[in-house]
Write a protein that binds this ligand. Sequence first.
Ligand SMILES: Cc1ncc(COP(=O)(O)O)c(C=O)c1O
Length: 379
Amino acid sequence: MTLNDDELHRLRARFPILGRRNYLNSCSLGALSVDAEAELDDFKDHWHRMGASAWYEHWMGKLDTLRAEAAGLHGAQPSEAALLPSTSAALAVVADAVPQGERNRVVCTELDFPTLAYQWRVKPEIELVVLRSPDGIRIDPKQFEEVVDERTLFVATSHVFFSTGYVQDITALARIAREAGAWSLIDGYQAPGQIPVDMTGAGVDMYTSGPLKWLCGGPGLSYLFVRQDRIAELHPRFTSWFAAKDQFAFDFEHFEFRDDARRFELGTPSLPTVHLALGGQRALASVGWDRVFARVRELTDHLMGRCDEAGLTLRTSRDPARRSGIVMVAHPDPKGAVAHLDAMDIVVDHRPGHVRISPHVYNTVDEVDRVVDALLGTL
Ligand SMILES: Cc1ncc(COP(=O)(O)O)c(C=O)c1O
């Protein structure tokens, strides 16, 4: 295993819930760390002691630090990063910011998170094409190729499917979009913190994610990255003073967008989450990101192996290059099973027809074994 016992022990001590519960649900909500709590205490302390002047001396700087750190985790530049309240808000801003012209087709898939499709479902002028999965696990890039053409405005889909853990080839998808003159927009909420992300290397135009899940930073914030060479083409139709070239000019006769991705920001970001996110990322980074990714892989392989041995049916890719730390186990009563496990202090989740298990770097092999044993007891 990538971490030795000592390293694992030290890491686990930073996440108090692990001492109380067998926590295997990081794809819903990453665990709270003492590092994140310390950041939050810092925020409260500045608020208590300084009031609004903390904005200038501390909090504006924290926003910059978070934009830069988050950019680094996604293979983007700090100038390509924006902070928004949720993935839905980030998607809505960019969906409306593109010059539409004659194009009115948006291509997504049935495995994406629904909020992605909703952006266009509510726009009668848009033709939404929803690709169907051949096996309930993945979509073949060829399926995109077949429908993306000169009518396509966006190829909008996930990096990692929340519903199956499948990792899409975003380089191929970005190329398909580019060659047809369409925008590539990737919902990567389930990716950073469990697999490496390089949106620039992949040639993606827009990438959304956030600290809530594998980055252990809590709710109330999302990240949006837009490639520098495409920002100037985009004119958001929802905006704010954070998007203005001179935020503190207070001159509403002359609005000018910023040149960087902050032109997509929608007002004051949630400062508690900004602090929590920095702490959560620091806790994970303490072991090194490559080791985080390697350990998620090891635990997932172990979990799948145990499920196979036990004769459980999985809806998760068998291709090691395409699977991630989200494992879907078929179950006749997933909700009941999750409640049963919860009473045993084992925290997993359910989606229609399946129990969803998501081990993170801080979990142990023993915890993974125990969830499989407990699940067998519900069948
Ligand atoms: C892939 C994916 N996208 C989006 C969301 C939710 O986005 P929002 O921040 O709008 O609640 C989730 C889960 O909560 C998700 O798993």
